[in-house]
Ligand binder design. Structure first.
Ligand SMILES: Nc1ncnc2c1ncn2[C@@H]1O[C@H](COP(=O)(O)OP(=O)(O)OP(=O)(O)O)[C@@H](O)[C@H]1O
Length: 237
């Protein structure tokens, strides 16, 4: 459903993605992890057509994201939870999204329930939302069109422990219903709890990938991560 095929990206002579290849299958959650500056957001921006690969290709549902018909009803994205107008209420933001997709207004109430925002919170303006509320709204926005593919960049940032548990359950339910989820995160423990597969990158290169229970061969994901990324640590540069 998602495929990176030998993707490289060069910014001003610096290679920030180097021959990245991996796939995300339906009915699975893939955790995309790596240190700060490893290239996770760049990869997700290329996947969603916001940036261009220097070479290679990233496709979703068999083609480039930019060529999908009605993309939001096929692929839900949350790349920056803060990217909404601060003067709009949460409900207005979802209503605009629903109208754009030609969905009934009743979908807004369903999504608010799904992401645990109360009616009162939905009437508050986005500028006054906490980071956790912004993340919930952003996840709701991504889910409006009941997409088969979900691409989330650091969705757990700012969520409290209840929020993290809620998100874990939500992502599991979505993957159980056949959705393909690609999730970038720094929260290794959370990724370990929710992901079936892991793709680990460091300095733009895939360092390891595989099933979460096979990757570390008995070690925790954190131990494996620290070991594999030690040589790509920016402080070692
Ligand atoms: N528009 C840009 N112009 C130049 N360099 C960029 C640009 N965007 C990202 N980079 C560089 O690309 C590298 C990868 O950045 P990216 O944001 O993809 O990493 P990340 O893994 O998402 O990091 P973090 O976990 O800190 O969010 C970094 O060295 C960053 O400085």
């Amino acid at each position: 459903m998602i495929e990176f095929h030998h993707v490289s990206k060069v910014y001003r002579g610096v290679k920030v993605l180097d021959d990245v290849s991996f796939a995300v299958e339906p009915g699975s959650v893939t955790g995309f992890i790596g240190p700060n500056g490893a290239g996770k957001s760049t990869a997700l921006r290329i996947l969603t057509g916001l940036s261009r690969a220097t070479s290679g290709s990233a496709t979703v549902l068999g083609g480039p994201y930019a060529e999908l018909d009605c993309p939001a009803s096929q692929v839900g994205t949350l790349l920056d939870a803060g990217a909404q107008h601060p003067g709009r209420t949460g409900r207005e933001i979802l209503t605009l999204g629903a109208m754009t997709l030609g969905l009934p207004r009743s979908r807004v109430g369903e999504v608010l329930d799904l992401v645990g925002l109360t009616a009162r919170e939905s009437r508050r303006t986005f500028g006054g939302y906490s980071l956790g509320m912004k993340q919930r709204l952003g996840i709701g926005h991504a889910l409006l069109g009941r997409p088969r593919v979900l691409i989330l960049d650091e969705p757990a940032n700012g969520l409290d422990p209840q929020g993290i548990r809620w998100m874990r359950g939500l992502l599991r339910d979505l993957s159980d219903s056949g959705c393909a989820v690609l999730l970038s995160s720094h929260l290794l423990h959370e990724v370990e709890q929710v992901a079936d597969h892991i793709v680990m990158i460091g300095r733009g290169r895939v360092l390891a990938q595989g099933a979460v229970d096979e990757l570390g061969q008995g070690r925790s994901l954190e131990q494996t991560f620290l070991e594999l990324t030690a040589s790509t640590d920016r402080s070692a540069a």
